[in-house]
Design a protein. Structure first.
Ligand code: MG
Length: 459
């Protein structure tokens, strides 16, 4: 791990016993404990093979600085976030690498409302790198106890936000794919409580992720898609590794990207909450704006990243947020991504309207999405962005994160430097596929031309 920096856009992430080791994580635990100062924190983890090692290390670090810890064991990220808030902890540490490959693990730090810390990460990094850890005296060490039953409490809370009896009347058959991870601890149980028939695939907990990779991308969801179709089920739901994101599969086996299901939830939310604020990153489809405009919502665009969406919701007192990757933030429950809450909302809308998810999605405005990438060295990213911005002057451009250009024919393109790789990502969308492909090609070659010029200038 590079010096001076521990946290990335999603907490601390790294490969086990290479970038993340037990002794290093214990030191991170002590740095977090020094930052919180003698407080009481919840610790829990997802289903990865290294979780016990790192949870124990975090707890040892916290206790050594005088912080008390409660250990909740294995649970989804939203379950742990809810437990932090519900039990009045001062904060929490979640050992998870979310959707990363199996050899990874990571650490997220949350406040007493369950929302991840953001700029405070620097303070923890300073304590860690500048050897400012404050260890407690032998007679002031923190203690640890277990906190059982948080999955039950979480499921109980989600049910309060929907009408379980109404959903149960429909006897929906739902297929669940939680990627052999923590979504299996809550989703099947929630569904049975809502009167659904449940078929689970990849249901055994296994940190090697034998069934599919933990990222719920369409290419990883072929098995659940064919299962929904083969069993003639009403719905499929696939979670990422820590079950904060959910991707839905229609009764015909179609995998819907997060924008589409979020638009369904948003439409219903706006029908019940007129003029409500809705928060979404600039990477979301124009579909989200279309639906907000049609139903009187006030849309707030943010930088890409779930923590930014949560923090913006908190700041503006907005009650709904959503991301194109399947993250839905339902404020009345908690202002963080929550896969099971999203599932309950979708079932509630299906039950209330009496319509299939496939029909609810088919009636939305349709967009064709194309993605691309351009190789760009780290030290050229800023310059490339500046030159691109110069080139598109006069167009309808947003500079919230990278640059997004909206065109009159309802097409749009977002060009954004990746936070983790030496590339620029391009996301285009249009009313037909030809136009979105053309946008990716046009702007890839613009970017490449600028980069070539930048590189030849240096020679
Ligand atoms: Mg996740």
């Amino acid at each position: 791990m590079s010096s001076g920096k521990l946290f990335g856009t999603n907490g601390i992430r790294g490969t086990v016993n290479k970038e993340l080791t037990a002794d290093m994580v214990a030191k991170v635990g002590s740095a977090i404990g020094t930052f919180f100062k003698n407080k009481n924190l919840l610790v829990g983890h997802d289903a990865r093979t290294s979780n016990k090692i790192f949870s124990n290390a975090i707890i040892a670090g916290l206790n050594s600085t005088g912080c008390d810890a409660s250990f909740a064991g294995m649970a989804s990220t939203p379950t742990l976030q809810f437990a932090v808030k519900n039990h009045g902890f001062d904060g929490g540490v979640i050992v998870t690498a979310s959707h990363n490959p199996p050899e990874y693990n990571g650490i997220k730090v949350v406040w007493n409302d369950g929302i991840e810390i953001s700029h405070e990460q620097e303070k923890i990094e300073n304590i860690y790198f500048q050897e400012k850890i404050q260890l407690a005296n032998w007679n002031k060490l923190g203690t640890t106890q277990n906190l059982p039953n948080i999955n039950e409490e979480y499921i109980g809370e989600i049910k309060k936000h929907v009408n379980p009896a109404k959903i149960a009347l429909k006897h929906y058959h739902v297929v669940v794919d939680a990627a052999n991870s923590v979504g299996n601890l809550t989703a099947p149980r929630l569904l049975r409580d809502l009167g659904c028939k449940v078929t689970s695939i990849n249901a055994n907990i296994d940190g090697t992720f034998p069934g599919r990779p933990p990222e719920p991308r369409p290419e990883n969801l072929r098995e659940i898609a064919s299962t929904v179709k083969a069993l003639d089920a009403d719905l499929g739901v696939a979670f990422d590794g820590d079950a904060d994101r959910s991707i839905f599969i229609g009764d015909g086996g179609e995998v819907y990207w997060g924008d589409k299901t979020f638009a369904v939830i948003m439409k219903n939310f706006l029908m019940e909450n007129t003029n409500a604020k809705v928060v979404t990153p600039v990477s979301s489809s124009t579909l989200i704006k279309d639906v907000a405009d049609a139903h009187g919502g006030e849309l707030i665009w943010t930088k890409v990243g779930s923590v930014t969406v949560s923090q913006t919701m908190k700041k503006l007192d907005a009650q709904l947020g959503g991301e194109e990757n399947g993250g839905v933030f339902y404020g009345p429950h908690q202002a963080v991504r929550d896969g099971c809450m999203t599932l309950a909302l979708i079932l509630s809308i299906m039950a209330t309207t009496g319509r299939k998810l496939s029909d609810l999605i088919a009636e939305q405005p349709q967009y064709f999405i194309e993605k691309g990438k351009v190789a760009c060295p780290e030290d050229k990213k800023e310059e490339l962005l500046e030159k691109l911005t110069d080139e598109v002057k006069g167009l309808n451009v947003s500079k919230i994160d990278g640059i997004k250009i909206w065109f009159d024919d309802k097409s749009a393109i977002l060009l954004r430097p990746s936070g983790t790789e030496p590339i620029f990502r391009l996301y285009a969308e249009a009313k037909n596929q030809k136009r979105s492909l053309q946008l990716v090609e046009e702007y890839s070659s613009k970017a490449e031309k600028i980069l070539n010029a930048l590189q030849s200038n240096r020679k």
